[in-house]
Design a protein around this ligand. Structure first.
Ligand code: HGY
Ligand code: MN
Ligand code: MN
Length: 419
């Protein structure tokens, strides 16, 4: 085929950037694990943003920052009126995050652009690399917050008023504090011609099947709920069991029910209680209140709605049995997303042309791509996660798989950039 079909990225340069960005908020484990903690809009996130923006500037890109802190950097094409080909992801992490989740997709975008520059490639369409604010949602729910605002799925005013789970800070104030409340209006005035995202799988499937490239067909539905149960705080030693109103007893039954229902439904249903807070959280005091989160996901919307109804009804029944009050707050709710058939086919054909094994699969994790899919043809490229680990400081993907995924993304970009 020749021409741009033979173009390849510089894997070492990409891995060096991953290493450098991974040093910001670095978390070292007892067994040599090297993770990252750059929760959205913290000082570490600012430092990470500053480093990536400096790399964008070094590449001479036109950099725009919008009102929710999304950053989009553009390499010009020969036709300035043409809609851009966009790649991107996020650079915020969970508190026990890895160096690859999100970061790989953004830094691969920079690597693609540097490769095009190195080979004096002139594309017709502009090529853009973006990082979106608060993809994780771990500090400011919902997740994919910045890309939702970018596509118009969430009003910026509502997003700016979200309060942080850790210290109650207002998102808009934190955005101002770190200097990333940008001038570009949201939603975006125009959308990309297409969007593609390179991301680690964050699960065990590719590794277990010995597959290099995951051709992502869509993203499963996501349901996040915060449950607050209020009981009667009392002495642990003097209060008979039948006279208690113990919110922890309600939470324990609810969490057990969650596991039973998810187990009964089987894959792909998943259910997680990742956060639980007792007040006053003391050994000899029956709690006054318990707050916990429920994360439910399924590729099938009807089944997801079914488990939500079943679990929420169980929570209410258990609270009533115990004489406790219960309230629930939806933190995030996204239906399953199907990506664009042509983009999926392109990712698959490109990976196979480059000689890689492939398998089609939905994403278990949420991604900015599921928001971009609302406004332009979108798909994703997955590469394996060692031991299937992510949202864990042991998160790792090999340089060979990183290079394979990045070259697939490069070729997907070029397939659209000249048309
Ligand atoms: O929760 C998720 O799936 C993503 O990491 N925000
Ligand atoms: Mn991610
Ligand atoms: Mn993540």
């Amino acid at each position: 085929m020749g021409g741009w079909h033979d173009l390849r990225i510089d894997g070492d340069r990409l891995c060096q950037r991953l290493e450098a960005l991974g040093e910001i908020g670095a978390v070292h484990g007892p067994n040599g694990e090297r993770g990252c903690a750059r929760l959205a809009l913290t000082d570490e996130d600012r430092q990470g943003r500053d480093l990536v923006v400096s790399w964008m500037a070094d590449l001479g890109l036109a950099i725009s920052m919008d009102a929710i802190g999304n950053v989009v950097a553009t390499r010009s094409g020969s036709d300035p009126t043409a809609a851009a080909v966009m790649v991107g992801s996020h650079i915020d992490t969970v508190r026990t995050g890895g160096r690859f989740d999100g970061n790989l997709g953004v830094l691969c975008g920079l690597e693609i652009i540097e490769t095009l520059d190195q080979h004096d490639v002139v594309t017709r369409r502009p090529v853009q690399v973006a990082f979106f604010t608060d993809e994780e949602g771990a500090r400011f729910a919902p997740d994919m917050l910045g890309s939702q605002v970018y596509v118009g799925a969430l009003a910026v005013e509502e997003a700016l008023d979200v309060l942080a789970a850790d210290n109650g800070a207002r998102l808009g104030d934190e955005l101002n504090r770190i200097g990333y409340a940008g001038p570009t209006p949201v939603p975006a005035a125009s959308f990309p011609h297409c969007y593609a995202e390179l991301h680690i799988e964050q699960g065990p499937v590719l590794e277990q099947e010995g597959i290099t490239i995951g051709v992502v067909t869509g993203v499963q539905g996501i349901s996040w709920t915060e449950v607050t149960i209020v009981g009667q705080s009392a002495h642990a030693g003097t209060t008979p069991m039948h006279l208690r109103h113990d919110p922890m007893a309600v939470a324990a039954r609810a969490i057990h029910e969650l596991r039973l229902v998810a187990g009964y439904l089987g894959a792909p249903q998943v259910a997680t209680v990742g956060s639980l807070t007792l007040v006053p959280n003391l050994i000899n005091v029956i709690p006054s209140s318990v707050v916990f989160t429920i994360d439910l996901r399924n590729t099938n919307e009807a089944i997801l709605e079914g488990i939500e109804a079943q679990v929420f009804a169980a929570c209410r029944a258990y609270a009533s049995d115990e004489g406790c009050q219960i309230s629930m707050r939806t933190l995030a709710r996204f239906e399953p997303v199907e990506f664009d058939d042509d983009m999926i086919d392109l990712v698959e054909a490109t990976a196979q042309r480059l000689g890689h094994s492939t398998r089609r699969m939905p994403s278990g994790a949420g991604h900015d791509a599921q928001m971009l899919a609302r406004v332009c043809p979108t798909s994703m490229v997955f590469v394996p996660s060692v031991n299937g680990l992510s949202h864990n400081i042991a998160e790792y993907t090999t340089p060979a798989d990183i290079e394979a995924g990045a070259n697939v993304l490069l070729q997907v970009v070029l397939a659209h950039a000249f048309e």
